[in-house]
Write a protein that binds this ligand. Structure first.
Ligand SMILES: [Zn+2]
Length: 342
């Protein structure tokens, strides 16, 4: 598993956000009123470019807000007082907290610079979140560009319902990691184009698992130059399904062909983060997944305890190893044996 180089926390960068707000006020893009600070949208000519919205439409379409702190309804908050049960920080505008768009502008500046290449996010964040990030960053940093490319992904659905915290159907990668191989997850996630919704279900994971399993038949780790023709779909707005289609063709060739074909296939898989485990690691992972019912596990543990009571330690160890082989870890604790999948 590869960990991100940086995993910054917003609460550790409040000082940078305050700095950015001060800069925006100094440059005339933001104003303070009654302990609130707002970004004055009409001061930034290019506001709305990312989401293709016109300022007049935003003003006309915005709900009338019960706030006489703002000059205009489309202005968005950079700093506001916290209510009693909310966290707060000291600032030149009183105790409070930053507006939620600001953390991205402040932390991207620190870790990536005033301009950077790729900004990702879900399609629901284009407006207002990303639009506001651009406004804050470009005005504070005096740049023509914030991010060079925006990659907005469609949602993952479960049984065709949007995955959302409020729906209670959130899947977390960490819940999968013990059960599903990382490369199966990867293949499943890239099986749809990032702009297309992806429906997540057991069949998808089974299919991907079977595909990877089949591909390991021609496993031959290598590093070859790949023809442009193979990579072409990725140049086309990261068309991952197109690339996977090429992998299937290369597999067929490798399966009927020579080592050279296998090497090309393996390199092409590695290129997109697949087949990076050795065949042995893959087989071990699969072995760990061999179905064993909880009843069988409990029965084996009973047999092991009986063997231990009879001082037949060899038999007890054999049972422990058998379970370990099935991916089950057992632990003796307070006179009881507990188990878990490793
Ligand atoms: Zn953001």
């Amino acid at each position: 598993m590869r960990i991100p180089t940086e995993q910054p926390k917003a609460t550790e960068h409040i000082d940078l956000m305050i700095e950015m707000i001060s800069e925006l006020i100094k440059k005339g893009f933001a104003y303070e009123n009654n302990k609130h600070v707002y970004f004055e949208v009409k001061k930034f000519d290019e506001y709305g470019q990312l989401s293709n919205k016109k300022l007049e439409e935003l003003i006309a379409g915005s709900r009338i807000e019960i706030s006489d702190n703002k000059k205009s309804s489309e202005d968005f908050v950079l700093w506001k007082p916290s209510s009693e049960n909310e966290p707060s920080w000291e600032s030149p505008w009183g105790k409070g907290r930053p507006g939620w768009h600001l953390e991205c502008s402040a932390m991207s500046k620190k870790f990536l610079g005033n301009e950077f290449d790729i900004h990702g996010g879900g399609i629901d964040l284009i407006f207002p979140h990303h639009e506001n990030e651009i406004a804050q960053s470009r005005c504070a940093n005096d740049t023509k560009v914030f991010a060079n490319y925006w990659l907005h992904n469609a949602f993952i659905t479960m049984s065709n319902e949007k995955m959302a915290k409020s729906q209670g159907n959130i899947l977390k990668i960490k819940d999968f990691r013990d059960k599903v191989s990382g490369q199966v997850l990867r293949l499943a996630l890239i099986s749809a184009h990032y702009k297309q919704p992806l429906d997540w279900n057991d069949k998808l994971l089974d299919d991907c698992q079977n595909t990877i399993d089949k591909w390991y038949n021609v496993y031959l780790p290598s590093s070859k130059a790949l023809d442009d023709e193979i990579i072409q779909p990725l140049y086309d707005d990261i068309n991952t399904p197109g690339y996977i289609a090429n992998l299937h063709k290369l597999y067929d060739k490798a399966n009927n062909g020579n080592d050279e074909d296998k090497k090309i296939f393996n390199t092409a898989c590695n290129f997109i983060g697949l087949l990076q485990e050795t065949k042995e690691e893959w087989l071990n992972f699969k072995k760990g997944k061999v179905d064993i019912s909880e009843t069988e596990i409990e029965n084996k543990i009973d047999l092991r305890n009986k063997a231990r009571a009879d001082k037949n330690y060899k038999e007890a160890d054999n049972i422990r190893d058998y379970l370990l082989d099935k991916g089950v870890l057992i632990e003796d604790k307070d006179g009881k044996t507990i188990w878990k999948f490793k």
